[in-house]
Design a protein around this ligand. Structure first.
Ligand SMILES: NC(=O)c1ccc[n+]([C@@H]2O[C@H](COP(=O)([O-])OP(=O)(O)OC[C@H]3O[C@@H](n4cnc5c(N)ncnc54)[C@H](OP(=O)(O)O)[C@@H]3O)[C@@H](O)[C@H]2O)c1
Length: 220
């Protein structure tokens, strides 16, 4: 695949895991973070080298064609409204989940009652020409780091439009080491988010372990 220019907003476990894999696959990766001089940013620089940019969200978006949202869910809407002009016309992958009280949610087991996890409607309203995909949100980061389960490649469920952008997104999923499974266009976002609810039930509520569980569709 040709080299892509990817902005990853957020360099936490999700952003940094994806960034490592895509940098290794030969893409240009720019991280947009809150504090580019933080210890976390320094450590990422040390691992990935100076060719990877770590700057503000605006810096990262300005030099990319693809944007991955990997910041806390509660800051996505503010970031999207502030940088809407830089997100419009890009491929945007929303990995963020609006889970401000995950510990509380888990302890009360109120997954079914939870409000939407996605900021899709904000993205569509403020960046109407962006091609938006919901992906990399339905597991913990651990299956992104190590996607093989007893030699079997885990599936990664996602949704978003058909077309050239889909090919790009599927390639990025494949380069992480996961098998892409498209559930439909963005109207299927709740189905993708239900996969997260299922994964949390298995991995966290049932205690199977964050790095022990991922999903695979069986067909014949
Ligand atoms: N952790 C998981 O296993 C997992 C799995 C799937 C999806 N998710 C979702 O993916 C998102 C990222 O999760 P995470 O655990 O990797 O990281 P996180 O702790 O939610 O986010 C940390 C990153 O976001 C940046 N950030 C925070 N506020 C910002 C702002 N206003 N502007 C720019 N950058 C900002 C931080 O910058 P600094 O480095 O400067 O502080 C840091 O790099 C979340 O929405 C989460 O729900 C998480």
């Amino acid at each position: 695949m040709p080299e892509r220019r990817i902005a990853i907003l957020g360099a936490g476990p999700v952003g940094s895991t994806l960034g490592h894999k895509w940098a290794r696959a030969g893409h240009t990766v720019a991280f947009g973070v809150k504090d580019p001089s933080s210890e976390r940013a320094q450590s990422l620089r040390a691992h990935l080298g100076e060719h990877v940019l770590i700057g503000s969200p605006a810096d990262a978006l300005a030099m990319s064609d693809i944007a991955v949202l990997a910041v806390p869910g509660e800051v996505v809407e503010e970031l999207v409204t502030t940088h809407a002009h830089l997100l419009d016309h890009k491929i945007v992958i929303e990995a963020a989940n609006k889970l401000p009280h995950i510990q509380k949610t888990l302890s009360t087991k109120k997954w079914a009652d939870h409000e939407p996890l996605t900021s899709l409607s904000t993205l569509q309203a403020h960046a109407p020409h962006a091609q938006v995909y919901r992906a990399f949100n339905s597991y913990g980061w651990e299956p992104f780091a190590d996607p093989l389960y007893q030699g079997v490649q885990a599936d990664l469920f996602y949704c978003g439009p058909e077309g050239e952008a889909r090919t790009v997104v599927e390639q990025l999923i494949t380069e992480v080491g996961l098998c892409p499974v498209r559930l439909g266009d963005v109207d299927q976002v709740e189905v993708v988010d239900d996969v997260l609810r299922l994964w949390v039930t298995l991995a966290l509520l049932q205690g199977k372990g964050r790095d022990q569980v991922a999903l695979k569709v069986l067909t014949r």
